[in-house]
Structures are given as C-alpha cells and as structure tokens.
Design a protein around this ligand. Structure first.
Ligand SMILES: *Cc1c(COP(=O)(O)O)cnc(C)c1O
Length: 234
C-alpha cells in the first residue's frame, strides 16, 4: 500500500481512539494501538513505524519471522512484536525467542513451553489468555469456566508475565450488541485480579476495525487494528 495512505489511515485510527476515549471519559494514553500486519509486506510495517507506530501484531509465525529479519534494524528503536494467532506447541520456541507479547495462550502446555524456552537474558514474555467469549466452534480460547485454573497455573510460571485477557467476539450488528462480550471480558479480568492479586493483569486486548469503539467503552487497553490501517486483506 502507498506509504501516504498508511500514514493517513493510521492518523484516522488514532483520531478514532481519541474520540472513543473522550466519549467515555478515558485517557487516550491508556489505549495502545496494535497494528495487525498479517499478510502485509515489511515495507508497509516500516511506513507505519516511521509514522510513530511501535506495536505490531502477527498471526502466522513463518511470515512474522521473515518480516522480523527484514526489519531487524528497528528492533532497538522500540519496535514491539505481538503474536496474536493460534500456535502449535512445537512452534513455541520461536515465539519465546522473538516476541514481546503472546495474546493467544489457551492451554497450559503452550504456556509451560513458552516459559521454559524464554531466553534467560530476556525480560518475561507478556501473556494474554485467550477467552472464547461467544463459545464458537471455530475459535480458539478457553471458556470462562476454565479460565481461573489456567490463570492460576500460568501465574506460577517463572518466565512469563500474566498481563490479561484477549478475545475475538463474533460479529454483531450494533454497537450496543458489540459491548456485551467486551463487558463480559472486562468482568472476567476483574475477577482474575481478585483471584491473583500479585499478577500485573492490566491488559484487555479487544476490539478490531469493526468494533473498536465498543471495545474502548468497555475498557480495552489494547485494540488490534488491521484493515483500517493497511486496507482489506485478499
Ligand atoms: C486479523 C486480526 C485482527 C485485525 O482485524 P481487522 O478487522 O483487520 O482490524 C485483530 N485480531 C486478531 C486476532 C486478528 O487475527
């Protein structure tokens, strides 16, 4: 995509975050924009980076690793990599070694491997547990009922930092309907804070291009935006 268009789109999304926060009395600095760059070539990410974007979300490991190679010069300028897709456990090492955040942990085995494989010289890997908030067959994530046990076990792992929850709700027609699953996720995070008071638990990774405003109203601290920054994917 044209560099100018990416920058314009990025500015429009930032504006939506500011407006969305104003509408519910939140400080826009409490919402991190995660640019979801799956399927996008490295120059598109570089254009966004040069326009001030720092956090990038990737779904496909091999593709992400290739882009990390092409963008290696941005690593010590603050580029932050987030893995947001499903992960097979035999691929966990690359995530442990090359990412700052992992948003889609939904079973203990993956978490145990990530902790064991996190290099000792790196800070703990930031973890969000993925919740299948609408109980959809097609989506990953734990049920709300499974969450307390998984969270308690993940909290004990030494090289992970349990930051919060992630969800991808089913599409809905109205903003009002969009709010319901987001409010449920926010409630689950509050319960986890009571359960595990010594964990950071400061992150609600929720809201995409089509439902960002509802997510912000419901307390999102990280919105994951692909289409509205980089255009429609094929
Ligand atoms: C693709 C994807 C997004 C971004 O979706 P858009 O609708 O393009 O903004 C966000 N989160 C996850 C987990 C994704 O896979």
């Amino acid at each position: 995509m044209r560099k100018g268009t990416i920058v314009e789109n990025l500015n429009a999304v930032r504006e939506r975050i500011v407006t969305g926060c104003a509408a519910c009395g939140r400080d826009p600095a409490t919402v991190t924009l995660l640019a979801v760059s799956k399927t996008r070539p490295a120059p598109d990410l570089r254009a966004a980076f040069e326009a001030g974007q720092r956090d990038f979300g990737e779904n496909y490991l091999q593709e992400a690793l290739e882009k990390q190679g092409e963008l290696a010069d941005l690593a010590d300028r603050g580029l932050c990599w987030h893995f947001i897709g499903p992960l097979q456990s035999n691929k966990s090492r690359a995530v442990a070694e090359a990412f700052h955040w992992m948003h889609s942990v939904d079973r203990l085995k993956i978490a145990q491997r990530l902790s064991a494989q996190r290099p000792a010289e790196m800070p703990p890997l930031n973890i969000c547990l993925q919740v299948n908030i609408d109980s959809e067959e097609s989506k990953s994530g734990v049920t709300p009922g499974e969450l307390p046990a998984l969270a308690a076990a993940v909290a004990k792992l030494p090289n992970l930092s349990l930051r919060g929850l992630m969800a991808i709700p089913a599409a809905r027609e109205t903003v009002e309907e969009q709010r319901r699953p987001f409010a449920q996720l926010a409630q689950l995070l509050r319960q986890l804070r009571d359960q595990l008071p010594d964990q950071p638990l400061d992150t609600l990774s929720m809201g995409m291009s089509g439902d960002m405003e509802a997510a912000i109203e419901s307390g999102a601290t990280m919105v994951r935006i692909g289409t509205d920054i980089f255009g429609r994917r094929d």
